[in-house]
Design a protein around this ligand. Sequence first.
Ligand SMILES: NC(=O)c1ccc[n+]([C@@H]2O[C@H](COP(=O)([O-])OP(=O)(O)OC[C@H]3O[C@@H](n4cnc5c(N)ncnc54)[C@H](OP(=O)(O)O)[C@@H]3O)[C@@H](O)[C@H]2O)c1
Length: 242
Amino acid sequence: MKVNLIGRVALITGASRGIGRAIALLLGQNGVNLVVNARTEESLSVLKEDLNSYGIDVLICPGDLQDPITPSIIVKKTINHFGRLDILINNAGIALAKPLTETTVEEWDTMMAVNARAPFLLTKEAIPYLKRSDIATIINISSVVGTKGYINQGAYTASKHALMGFTKVLAQEVFQDGIRVHVISPGGVATSMVALTRPDIDPETLISPEEIAEIVLFLITHRGNAVIDEVNIRRSATPPWR
Ligand SMILES: NC(=O)c1ccc[n+]([C@@H]2O[C@H](COP(=O)([O-])OP(=O)(O)OC[C@H]3O[C@@H](n4cnc5c(N)ncnc54)[C@H](OP(=O)(O)O)[C@@H]3O)[C@@H](O)[C@H]2O)c1
């Protein structure tokens, strides 16, 4: 079944730039009304202007996901404005390039709060509304470090492993409610984050944020009997299964 997305509502975190912004633009083009979050209100306003020509409704919800109160505020605003929520995309994330011995407790906690705790809290808040949607979908943006371990990325790797574990249990717990849960785990993507985590990669070989957005659109629109739980994406320059 190919889903008609017109009039649906998606909440996307980390939508101000990079992968989140690309997802917002593609879903907007496909008629999805959007709730967009990031800390920087100005960048969200620019995104809203860029979405203007698609004739959709865009609600800007600036807020720091490190704060455990932010997820409930965002979901409340979403429901007050749209009265529904069909798709939750937990995309916001931060990285840290440091050996574990130099990682401070504050850095560890921040990484876990934004990359793992915020998706958990947003999901908890969103589930009662997602249950009412016939296309309910949660997509978590993990990383290759959700399953592998790269040196100097210990805290980031731990947070993405936490997100992976959370995703696997969540998918089973909401299965009977008809909520589909997917995780996308990309390798290096051409955003500001990759300059921090993988400055060694030739920029020419990076995945584009738009390529990740295409996969998100595929997952949301293809709601048949074939379900994809996990999508692992490598750069074409990386050998297969490595
Ligand atoms: N780039 C890669 O190579 C790569 C590879 C695999 C996975 N990923 C994952 O993909 C996701 C998106 O990353 P990206 O590459 O697009 O990074 P990015 O360009 O740095 O964008 C990160 C987004 O998250 C937002 N954000 C950061 N901290 C936040 C907070 N505390 N509260 C709310 N929003 C926050 C940022 O906006 P503000 O700064 O305005 O808050 C921005 O919109 C992340 O989960 C990342 O781990 C990236």
